[in-house]
Design a protein around this ligand. Sequence first.
Ligand code: ADP
Length: 736
Amino acid sequence: MSIRRKLTILMLFLSLVPTLIVGVLAYISINSELTSKTVDQLNSTASKQEQKINALIQNKREEVSKLTNRFDLQTALSNYINTNGQWGGDDIYSILFNRKVANSDLQSITLVNLEGKVVATTTSGNSVTHLDPKEYSIADNKEGSLTVEKGQQDGIAKIRVVSRVSVNKKPAGYLSVMFRADDIIAAVQDYTGLGSTGETIVAAQDSNGAVALFPLRFDTDAALSRNLNSLSLFDKTNGVYKDAIDYRDKQVMISTKTLASTDWKLATKIDMDEALASIVQLRNTIALVVIASSVVIAGIILYVTRLFTRPILQIAQASQKIGYGNFSTRVSVKNHDEIGELAGSINAMGANLSVLVSNIESQRHRLEAILNSTTDSILAIDKNGLIVLANNAGTKLTGYSEETLAGRHIDEVFKFTRDLQPYSINYDVTGVNTYPGLQYQNADGTTHYVKVIVAKITEVSEQSAAQVIVTIHDETKSRELENMKLDFVSMAAHELRTPLAAIRGYLELMTYKNGSAVSDGAADYLQQALRSASELGGLISNLLSVSRIERGALTFNPQKLDLGQEIKQAIEDVSVDESGKSNNVSVKFEGLDQGCFVQADQLALHEVLNNLINNAIKYNKKDGQVIITLSQNGDNYRVSIKDSGIGIPRQALGNLFTKFYRVRGGLNSGSTGTGLGLFIAKSIIERHKGSIYASSQEGVGSEFTFELPMFDKCLAEDSNQQARRERGWTTQNIAR
Ligand code: ADP
């Protein structure tokens, strides 16, 4: 969500919520104020009507009371009783009639005796001589009964008051007085200040609850009297009830009062809708005000928010553009506040970034130029082996463009071989791994001789694209040169061999056939010339071997050989005399001497043995000794040639098997040699799946050992023990 939206929502919330709260509170307080005022008004109207009705009833009772207490009426009644109805009746009638005439409210007055027989009545045409007892019975605890009834002929509601008449304090009869109820009806219908739905009901209790005594305002509705019970008038104590539902199913506020000296209930009620009608208008007004003010506030907020956020948006857009590399973008906010400061910082950042990026760019160009000017192919790969970068030499070597290379797996592009066999490189390295002597055939079919160096980039994060640098050094050209050199050496050696053989032949002829013909001195010279020719032959043969090794043209004729026999033969070859010495050095053979078969080329094996034994003699001391031991080491046969010679300095041991290496200085100085013998021996042994190594102690002696896989198990089982003992006699012992 954008900051503008957030700010707008926040400000709307902060400003509109209080407006709404104030509106709702105002509505609630006005509502309750109005309700309480209506309650007061209802109460006071109800009280006034109660007083009026009580006063009217009181008047009627007093009227009856006055009549019963009249002396002339009591005297006439006494006469009537004493004369058994002969006298007094007319007097009574005259008194009652005069009274009726004097009071227009009176409808009729009837006097009955204690038995219920009518003594006199103002009701014209009334033929009833006996009245129903209920019409004149007086409740025990009341002065006189008060009932409401409808006129049989006119249907008008009337009030009947019955009172006892006593003569000389003795009950003598009952006076039943019928009043018009107009005044009470008028009082009930006076709804002063209660509006159009206000009304007062006077009800009596019947077995179902309430029954209306006096006409209701809505008395045209036939259902009203039936539904009057919904008001539960007689269940309620005197008071005001706001949640009543009236007989028209309207929510009403109702005030109930019990009328004194009657069992009537007076209910004054008003519709809640009408009572609170003004509040509805007020509510609408408040809502209107709240809505109008909200709209205005929202408008102001939107404007203000826009005013505040516009510069922030400008800054955000500018930073986004700068982020996309458009460093010339500037923010044009001129505010002299924090936002203005921020805009200034963004502008400065853009300028600085521009300088920084152009620096980086120029550095990148420089690096690219360096990378592309190297003749080695350099490729960067990610942790999954996918190529992420390749320099010009890389694209040239592979024949692909940089775009084609990018994203491809390095194994898919570079399929290396070694000795014509597929060779896979481990690119998941921790340090630097070098793979020399590989061939690579590129897209157009050209074979390249390469050296591959795989190096993990140090201090690189896991997320970085380039994780490993692969450098491919193309050795094809140097290899071609080397081959040319080897070809030349090979050719020269071949060419030298023929004349040398002729020279040696003639020298031998001269020495042996015509030996007696030459003088002693000349014979010595001839011997010397023969030795030199022989050395030269050795050198030529070594050079040829090396050239074959280097060009991979060394071929073997492997056969099953008895190693012990071959060693003995080699010892003989070094011209050991009868006392087992050669050049005053004794040569001894120990250990297993037969049945140790290996698979090897006989000539090559002899070349190795001759070389090692010759060296042991050549670099020995005067009267020194050479011990050759054959033993078993696991699945290998081990041959060690140990001498008591001049030894080899520790630092020279690592280079002994390198081409042309010779130990210089020290005790070795003066000896002749080419430094090729050990190199050839190592190449031959390794081609036979064996190993060769040396140990030495300067001034004490050296031990050269080689091992070859056994052709078969050694026959001499019991010689195992001896072999183990021989194994104990190891290079380490000598080295120490
Ligand atoms: P060359 O004997 O023709 O010099 P080699 O390859 O046979 O060449 O030997 C390399 C060098 O190793 C020798 O020049 C010599 O210095 C040293 N070396 C070889 N064998 C022995 C040995 N048994 N004792 C001491 N030095 C030796």
